[in-house]
Design a protein around this ligand. Structure first.
Ligand SMILES: Cc1cc2nc3c(=O)[nH]c(=O)nc-3n(C[C@H](O)[C@H](O)[C@H](O)COP(=O)(O)OP(=O)(O)OC[C@H]3O[C@@H](n4cnc5c(N)ncnc54)[C@H](O)[C@@H]3O)c2cc1C
Length: 563
């Protein structure tokens, strides 16, 4: 890849030449004149610190005279990330998300700037389409460059064979948080580093957060808290709508809700993107003829929702819905409850697991529920098994076949025709690397710290075979995330939420439905509480339908709020 230092010869952020003009654009005098009324013009003096790394509130600066340098402080050493000249502006993705600053911004040469606070910045990108495009693109590309260059405020020390390391890597990646990874298995100097922080090898993975806090095998919640992901979110006031889950349906509801002026809070137990976020390539989503990775789609939707002012709480699960009075209240993991006039349940579904006794021992150590580039890297040139006959299994097999020695697909049925899209079946048939095993079921997993052998039974002959395989991808469907609702809304026999016309008179009477009107489309048996996407009974397990439902629900939320 052709790389070059751009924006300034002293910059340490390597930016691809092709997109440098978009990463560090120079605004025209007309564009600067349109920004000025949103903020205030002020003088800056050489050496003045405008933003400190870790500052929760980061103003936005357009340089009109002088220079601002962006610096990564690391102990006594300083790394210059970039220098902004007249016409250029500061900031990257956290400018939109309201998360703490990753770096310091300091005046290098005295001059003048236009300064906007966070709300003024959001108002600007919501009202000026041309500037919105320039700024949003620059912020997103700058974050991508930081991620690609491992330039951030986090160092992860671990081993790719440890489930904890994989979990944390995935959490940081899915939150697009730039980090440096040190692999214990490869880096001989790492012990010295661990000693410096008084960390025993048994404590890994270790996360060094903002150069100071040393977290030993931290939970996702601890990481989110250390990095201040949720620090800017006010949990005390009553929201127009709280959305539970930031998969495609929840993110769509957030984008439409916030863009229509609603006060929106999204509560996400893990990372934005949901199941779609773990999809290596979504090829059937409208508008992306060459496909898009779930991670990229989720990242764009996440930024889009925040641009319109939606707030998104990360690594915070809803544990209970208090539904006997209004406004409704949602209890959150280790945190205060949030109140809402309307609720959109978008908590999706989770994977079915294999019925193998020692499964949990190997989860993340050979058993995976998503096939992303992280997992693919692990199984390059090796034997892989994919379990399942649906589209997600087919996609995983085709994706992993690009680098694996052989991919075996295990299905309990006698063929794929009823469960998988025709285009995927054709790719599987055409691949010399993929082998389909029908009527096959995994009965045992074996190994030490990692899977080494897999045994399966042919259900037609009863014969059991064992082979050396270290990677098993389980893609066998999902069960709904409704446990936290605790009787508040009517569910179907499989635990999915019933909505709109699917609710019988009998069910509505049981739920004490209080209104003269019947429930709206997507409304549950509780007025003002909606269910969208994979958590809803009768859902179509597709990104597009989840997104569509999220947007439709917002239209009904608007009606309910005026009722
Ligand atoms: C590997 C894979 C590949 C796929 N590929 C495609 C494809 O190519 N095309 C296609 O159309 N569809 C595809 N799908 C299906 C598609 O991803 C789903 O239909 C879609 O993600 C459903 O969106 P959702 O928002 O309803 O739920 P989910 O994506 O399941 O998201 C739900 C979110 O809610 C969160 N959550 C759960 N419980 C709580 C709680 N109590 N509190 C807070 N948050 C909570 C979860 O962490 C999750 O982020 C694929 C699915 C998988 C797994």
């Amino acid at each position: 890849m052709l790389r070059s230092m751009m924006a300034d010869p002293t910059s340490s952020l390597p930016v691809r030449l092709a997109r440098a003009e978009h990463v560090f654009p120079t605004l025209t005098p007309e564009q600067i004149a349109r920004i000025a009324p949103h903020g205030r013009v002020r003088e800056i003096r050489a050496g003045e610190v405008l933003v400190n790394a870790g500052d929760q509130v980061t103003p936005f600066f357009v340089v009109t005279a002088g220079q601002i340098e962006v610096i990564r402080p690391s102990g006594a050493v300083e790394t210059t990330i970039v220098v902004h000249h007249p016409g250029q502006f500061t900031g990257e993705a956290n400018m939109i998300s309201g998360r703490p600053a990753l770096f310091q911004a300091r005046v290098r040469e005295s001059g003048e700037v236009i300064q906007l606070d966070h709300d003024q910045m959001l108002a600007l990108v919501q009202t000026d389409a041309e500037l919105s495009e320039i700024l949003m693109r620059a912020f997103i590309l700058r974050r991508l460059e930081l991620v690609a260059s491992d330039l951030g405020d986090v160092v992860l020390i671990g081993s790719m064979h440890s489930p904890g390391t994989l979990r944390i890597k995935e959490f940081l990646t899915r939150n697009s948080h730039p980090h440096t990874y040190i692999d214990l298995d490869r880096d001989p100097d790492v012990q010295t580093l661990l000693d410096r922080f008084h960390v025993a090898v048994a404590d890994v993975p270790v996360l060094i957060c903002r150069g100071s806090a040393v977290l030993r095998n931290p939970s996702n919640q601890e990481i989110a808290s250390c990095l201040g992901f949720n620090a800017a979110i006010d949990q005390t006031h009553v929201r127009d709508v709280v959305i539970v889950g930031a998969g495609p349906s929840g993110l769509a509801a957030a984008v439409y809700g916030a863009s229509e002026g609603l006060d929106v809070l999204v509560v996400e137990a893990n990372s934005p993107g949901g199941q779609a976020g773990s999809s290596s390539r979504i090829e059937n989503y409208l508008g992306f003829p060459t496909g898009i990775s779930g991670q990229e789609l989720a990242g764009r939707a996440y930024t889009q929702a925040q641009k319109f002012g939606a707030q998104i709480m990360i690594a915070k699960g809803a544990t209970q819905l208090t539904c006997d009075r209004k406004p409704y209240a949602i209890e959150i993991d280790n945190g205060p409850r949030v109140q809402a006039r309307a609720v959109i349940i978008a908590s999706g579904a989770r994977y079915r697991r294999l019925s193998v006794e020692n499964l949990s021992r190997f989860e993340g150590a050979g058993v995976y529920y998503g096939a992303t580039p992280v997992e693919r890297q692990l199984c390059g040139g090796e034997e892989v098994i994919v379990v399942g006959g649906g589209n997600s299994a087919g996609q995983a097999a085709v994706f992993l076949a690009q680098t694996a020695r052989r991919v075996q697909i295990f299905v309990r049925s006698s063929n794929l025709a009823e469960s998988m899209s025709r285009y995927l079946i054709r790719r599987i048939e055409d691949s010399p690397v993929i082998v389909l095993r029908t009527n096959a079921e995994i009965v045992a997993l074996d190994g030490g710290e990692h899977i080494e052998r897999v045994s399966w039974r042919n259900n037609t002959t009863g014969k059991i075979e064992t082979e050396k395989v270290s990677h098993v991808f389980v893609m066998t469907g999902a069960v709904p995330n409704t446990h936290w609702l605790d009787g508040c809304v009517a569910l179907d026999a499989k635990g999915f939420i019933k909505t709109g016309p699917d609710l019988s008179q009998h069910e509505l009477a049981d739920a004490h439905w209080p209104l003269a009107r019947p429930p709206h489309l997507l409304e549950t048996s509780l007025p003002g509480v909606f269910a969208v996407g994979d958590v809803r009974g009768g859902n179509i397990k597709r990104v597009a339908s989840a997104v569509g439902e999220g947007s439709i629900a917002v239209a009904f939320v608007q009606q309910v709020l005026h009722e």
